[in-house]
Design a protein around this ligand. Structure first.
Ligand code: ACO
Ligand code: ACO
Length: 152
């Protein structure tokens, strides 16, 4: 699939729809949007996906949000975005790239480990403490966040 990855400066409702797919806590999303850099994927004019990167220390960059329009899932779009994040982080001399996801997010855990992330931390009850509504995924109540890290 032919598409472009570029930085976004002005967010539209369509960007927000994608951001909230990956993270339903709008307040948290607002915070990392302000501190981070947002990228979009387009095929011709059509918005396919979004990704937000934020430096969390001098040596560590985090992928705070990554989401693909459900109509374009499982076609390699997120894999391309993750590869882009690795390149971006290396070019800017970060030493580690980090990403957090739910312990019930089986597809995400497969994908992130496929591109070399390793589980490095468990944030117990993160989704119970930080989200007003309970999140159910793959038939399970989501409680814990798994943090995955890749050395660059
Ligand atoms: N279990 C395991 N693997 C699966 C499953 C499953 N249930 N479903 C699909 N897969 C595989 C696919 O076969 C594919 O593997 P392959 O490339 O080896 O064949 C892989 O998972 C998916 O890879 P991509 O096509 O590159 O990923 P996609 O473009 O579909 O995007 C994403 C993945 C971002 C998770 C997308 O599904 C999405 O936006 N989901 C909703 C939002 C979300 O959960 N975002 C991540 C939250 S965490 C965060 O934002 C930091
Ligand atoms: N991703 C997510 N869920 C899946 C997948 C998958 N790839 N494949 C199947 N499932 C679901 C099934 O739909 C079912 O869910 P449901 O009951 O909600 O519909 C569930 O997983 C499987 O449940 P059971 O049928 O009760 O489990 P099963 O009798 O198949 O046994 C086991 C599971 C023990 C893991 C079996 O597959 C096995 O022996 N695997 C090889 C040996 C192994 O890995 N053993 C465990 C190692 S860890 C240890 O021994 C301590």
């Amino acid at each position: 699939m032919n598409f472009t990855i570029t930085q976004v400066n002005k967010l539209t409702d369509k960007h927000w729809d994608l951001l909230l797919l990956a993270d339903p806590n709008k307040d948290l999303v607002q915070k990392y949007l302000q501190a981070g850099i947002t990228f979009e994927v387009r095929k011709k004019e059509k918005l396919l996906a979004i990704m937000v990167l934020q430096a969390i220390s001098q040596s560590k960059l985090e992928i705070k949000n990554i989401a693909v329009d459900p109509k374009f899932e499982n076609q390699g779009v997120a894999t391309k975005l993750l590869t882009y994040a690795f390149q971006f982080a290396r070019q800017r001399n970060y030493q580690q790239l980090q990403i957090g996801t739910g312990s019930t997010s089986f597809k995400q855990l497969y994908l992130y480990q496929k591109v070399r992330f390793r589980i490095t931390e468990i944030k117990k009850d993160f989704f119970i403490k930080n989200y007003q509504q309970h999140i159910y995924e793959n038939g399970l109540l989501l409680r814990d966040m798994l943090v995955l890290t890749a050395n660059l």
